[in-house]
Design a protein around this ligand. Structure first.
Ligand SMILES: [Zn+2]
Length: 465
């Protein structure tokens, strides 16, 4: 308020001075100056201060206790030790006493699966769970993710920082070198952030996709090229699903510690990022196991699934129950085979993490893998692999920011960065489950308290009826 009073005094003295101008100019000048005051006031007005909070900045493993964080114009403008008598002109003051402030989470393997309720429905679930950055992993033919991204950026649509791959590309879309040229060019024209491959391609076609993508500066990501040596897959920016390594390696290689050590060294040197997506694999296993499957009826987050979706996935129409359950391959039933893969995937994820290979959190969001909630389940599985809470938080904050080339403005709690934050009631470094104790979320400088987050969740349920 002090600033505004000063400006007002300045304006009044200016208007009272005799400039020998006609009154009309005086009026114009007055309007101009009041416009300026209004804009200054608006800036003061969106100021939020979170007082006496413990900060986990995520650029190193440390907690700064008892800090004041001031946010204005969508950015963190100051972080200072808490003083009881602190004077501020904040519009909103949030008591952070005993709470923990960390960067917003990143869902790096999202899919918009259900037209009903629109993508807004998923955004509500994601934001209510502390997700402030989302990478969409495919554009289906009824979708237009670049216009969604544009609407969010212009503030027309409520949503997280948004990135999207183009359409899901398999070997039918990419049969020839000419297809590769055409498809990559289309990605450039449409402005997609990534080219996503999900299939084994012919070698010449694959190399052409990589070359063309480099020309247009579009990163290529996706599933591994399972029929080619590891080195070929490592030319991509990131590999989705740690499961892919089950197929890139043969059984003997998967059980050979020397081989794995060398493979990990190779992944590390290549700089490839890996998105394990363990929660979705757990869901697939659940579908094959009657005992676990029927328990899904009581799954607490099923209340946020669309009723039609629940009906489909909780039935024998579920494609994994229909096509995979009871299927015997090389004398082995699908369930123990996949359980064996899952154990291997978890130990390989731990090896990747121990070697400091950048990992990112993603969940694949389909079926009972409910957007927002599923990211916290992914944290749980990463913890089960043996990753520490700090390593898991890195994979959902600073690593995605570096990967998306937004490290200058995202990924840590630091002065000058965009205010995309989560306020937790309990320390997530003590127990990763504490990422679920969300007291509030700051999305692009806007404070959403627990009541607001609850109402977002409630809105997704009312859409169900
Ligand atoms: Zn996917």
């Amino acid at each position: 308020m002090l600033l505004i009073t000063r400006i007002l005094k300045f304006v009044l003295s200016f208007l009272n001075a005799d400039f020998g101008l006609y009154n009309i100019y005086k009026i114009k000048l007055t309007l101009l100056l009041f416009g300026f005051i209004a804009s200054v006031y608006a800036q003061v007005n969106d100021t939020i201060s979170i007082e006496n909070v413990n900060i986990i900045p995520m650029d190193k493993e440390i907690i700064f206790n008892n800090q004041n964080v001031v946010i204005a114009g969508g950015k963190i403008i100051s972080i200072e030790p808490y003083k009881r008598e602190a004077i501020h002109g904040s519009h909103q003051v949030i008591d952070g006493t005993g709470k923990y402030l960390i960067p917003g989470f990143s869902e790096m393997h999202y899919h918009w699966r259900n037209k009903q309720g629109g993508i807004e429905r998923d955004f509500k679930l994601l934001v209510a769970n502390g997700v402030t950055t989302v990478r969409n992993m495919a554009e289906y033919d009824w979708q237009d993710h670049m216009s969604i991204k544009d609407s969010i950026q212009k503030g027309k649509k409520f949503g997280p920082n948004y990135y999207s791959a183009g359409p899901y590309l398999n070997s039918n879309n990419l049969k020839t070198v000419e297809d590769a040229i055409k498809v990559v060019k289309l990605h450039s024209v449409k402005g997609y952030d990534f080219i996503k491959l999900v299939d084994n391609l012919n070698r010449e076609v694959y190399l052409k996709v990589l070359q063309e993508a480099e020309k247009y500066h579009i990163p290529v990501i996706g599933h591994a090229q399972r029929e080619m040596p590891l080195e070929m897959s490592l030319r991509m920016k990131s590999i989705e699903h740690v499961e892919e390594f089950v197929y890139v390696f043969n059984e003997e290689q998967r059980n050979d510690p020397m081989f794995l050590k060398q493979a990990i060294e190779q992944i590390k040197i290549a700089g490839t990022v890996v998105v394990p997506t363990l929660v979705v694999f757990d869901f697939i296993i659940t579908c094959l196991d009657d005992h676990a499957f029927f328990k899904l009826k009581q799954y607490k987050n099923a209340q946020y699934m669309l009723p039609s979706d629940f009906k489909y996935w909780y039935s024998n129409e579920n494609p994994y129950r229909r096509n995979l359950k009871g299927k015997v391959t090389n004398g082995m039933d699908a369930l123990p085979r996949l359980e064996g893969y899952f154990e291997w995937m978890k130990s390989f994820t731990k090896m990747l993490s121990d070697a400091d290979i950048p990992l990112m959190t993603g969940s694949d969001t389909f079926g009972f893998v409910v957007p927002g909630f599923s990211l916290h389940e992914e944290f749980h599985f990463l913890n089960e692999c043996g990753l520490t809470p700090f390593e898991i938080l890195k994979a959902t904050t600073i690593t995605p920011a570096r990967y998306l080339n937004t490290i200058a403005t995202e990924g840590t709690v630091s002065v000058g960065k965009n205010a995309n934050l989560v306020l937790l009631n309990n320390n997530p470094l003590d127990d990763i489950k504490n990422t679920q104790t969300i007291e509030g979320v700051v999305l692009k400088g806007r404070w959403l308290d627990r009541n607001k987050l609850d109402s977002l969740l409630k809105e997704t349920k009312t859409l169900n009826h």
